[in-house]
Design a protein around this ligand. Sequence first.
Ligand code: PHE
Length: 355
Amino acid sequence: MELEKELLSLKNNAVSLILDAKTPEELEELKLQFVGRSGSLTKLLKELPKVPENERREIGQLANEVKTVIEEALERALEQTTKHRQAERLLTLKQQIDVTEPGNTPPLGHLHPVTEAIEEITEIFSHIGFTRVRYPEIEWDWYAFEALNFPKNHPARDDWETFFIREAPHATYGPMLLTPHTSSGQIREMLKAEMPIRMLNIAKTYRRQSDVSHVAMFHQFETLVVDEKISIADLKGTLDYFVKSYFGADRKTRIRPYHFQFTEPSFEVDITCGACLGKGRLPDGQECKLCKEGWLELGGAGMVHPNVLKNSGVDPDKYSGFASGFGVERVATVKNGLEDIRDIYSTRLSFLEQF
Ligand code: PHE
């Protein structure tokens, strides 16, 4: 009976140690200590043959039970401590990685300053009912000049240093060219004969020129309004509205007499300079280098010439209209205080990232 006692106390001892164990390593140790090849249970089992024969069966069974209990306890505890360890690992991993932190965003580009300007101009004019239109950029002479009241071989044509296309001239429309201005859109718009007209034509224009304020390919935006009783007041009001929306409420507009074949009267449009605020002199008394006496030139405008209305099938006795044509690059550089218009087509990232 001595062995029976020893077996039971070994079982209690082993099970309580197993329950106290916190790590899989501790449990491996206990396994060796009790059921390993030289473990204490194994040693006790070796005593079995010494037990008197009549008790041997009973004690043998008990020994087996003790072994099973210990092995099962070990197995369960091992499972639990392993799970616990995994959970702990996961927890520390989560503490190291803040899963709520926003990810790294890759560097993002933005629209080109010219595209941004076109979108802004379109938006501003859309608020006062102008519809953006597009017309061919490879055009006939008739739409770009003749219908706009330039007689054939008129010297004023030279002001638009035009690229002509090597193609046989059209019998009615003459030679083909790259649009030197968006005013050809006036003719195409009026020929559609849908009155009243509030057109915004933004397109690429091409001229043989290149210096600090000119590039060979640039964009213009052209307004055309045709209705009954359209006057210079409508033109001036529209220009003021655009300038204040695009450049800021503190900017003023002025129109100066000028000459275009297709408008009468014709004007050049100026706005007050953003650097000297229209004063022509900087606060320290120095002359402002950005402008001429406080004013910056933006583009041309005027009342649509009666001949242009007639050429486009519009009755000049019933209708009148105004038109304006500005450079997109020009307004964008003036707004952003750039001095060299060619910068706007630079591919330097350090330059483009300013916008
Ligand atoms: N087409 C003229 C230019 O390119 C600008 C303009 C447009 C002038 C409309 C008057 C009316 O210079």
